[in-house]
Design a protein around this ligand. Structure first.
Ligand code: FES
Length: 152
């Protein structure tokens, strides 16, 4: 289910740490990156890999916004709706981004290329309305940055 490279990284993490739970976040992060989600099948796989209960894996996976139950697009645009971003026009920026990318807010393009997610404060309030494309901060979202984003 995972690449050899990902499995090697998880094994290295297991070997470094005294508790196998410490490898869980690494396994979740790599599974999300490679499979674009951590659904029921992935939960069972990780539980078996780390000799943990599926409930433990599921509980940790659902705690984090970045670990999704449904497949995301190849690129994920996370638009902050925290209070600073809301006050600086995050709702309008989100509508513009959705329209420009042809994506339903909170959904994915039909071809699965881009998913727009709404998230709470991402710690980039001084660039409100803030957003991230995958793991890169791209705020403030304005017409110019949206155009650049669409170009990419
Ligand atoms: S409220 Fe949006 S980055 Fe903090």
């Amino acid at each position: 289910m995972l690449s050899d490279e990902a499995l090697r990284e998880i094994e290295a993490c297991k070997a470094e740490e005294s508790r196998k739970q410490h490898a869980l976040l690494t396994a979740l992060r790599l599974t999300q990156a490679e499979r674009r989600h951590v659904g029921p099948q992935e939960v069972l796989y990780i539980a078996d890999l780390l000799d943990l209960s599926p409930a433990t894996v599921e509980g940790v996976a659902r705690f984090y916004d970045q670990i999704t139950k449904e497949p995301t697009g190849n690129r994920v645009l996370s638009i902050c709706r925290g209070i600073s971003c809301y006050l600086c026009g995050a709702d309008g920026a989100a509508r513009e981004a959705a329209a420009a990318l042809g994506v339903d807010q909170g959904g994915s393009q039909a071809e699965g290329r881009v998913t727009i997610r709404h998230v709470e404060c991402i710690g980039d309030c001084d660039h409100a309305p803030a957003a991230m494309l995958d793991s890169t901060f791209i705020g403030p979202l304005d017409p110019a940055s949206l155009s650049a984003l669409i170009e990419r």
